[in-house]
Ligand binder design. Sequence first.
Ligand code: ADP
Length: 210
Amino acid sequence: MRTIELNKRQEQILEIVKVQGPITGEQIADQLDLTRATLRPDLAILTMSGFLDARPRVGYFYSGKNGTQLLGEQMKKLQVKDYQSIPVVVDENVSVYDAICTMFLEDVGTLFVVNAHALLVGVLSRKDLLRASIGQQDLSSVPVHIIMTRMPNITVCRKEDYLVDVSQLLIDKQIDALPVVKEGEKGLEVIGRLTKTSITKAFVELSHTE
Ligand code: ADP
């Protein structure tokens, strides 16, 4: 966690060491077109505050602490578009029975409901379908638009959104999935699906990066 604000030159030094470390003070000074003496206070600050480690005759390199910081930075860059999966949609007039079959066949936990213009009108979760099933009704004669969670109460995301922000939405709203949408002329088109599984995949992938 950063406790002090770095100035522009210190940020530049950090960038250089990040990419090229271990690197000597002279080499850093050369790249910034400055003298070693001019850089000395900045290097001292970066070393004392724990951003950099210095070893005699080896040079400067990132400390272990900054590995955590780097990981945080990497995580914040992850975007929905790289982790979204294919959405499974049903028409608003299909029956609850058919929606249950679709959920099993497609092996998903959330279905997105669209109207005749293929625009998002609702969401169906496992429990929505279970709830409808424990009633008395004939499930083949109840259309899903009767039981779904409907617009405008649907939480959506866009492919450029950051995964951490979307994860926070999943937590705050206590839901398992979000439709990835894009603006159509008359409403929202569903172009993807972002679920807790997508986030789990991103988490595992991050553990493989250095
Ligand atoms: P489950 O109901 O199977 O536990 P969820 O936690 O995802 O699954 O859903 C909880 C409730 O929130 C359900 O009624 C569902 O319709 C609704 N819901 C699910 N996803 C969304 C969403 N993206 N936006 C709004 N409501 C949603």
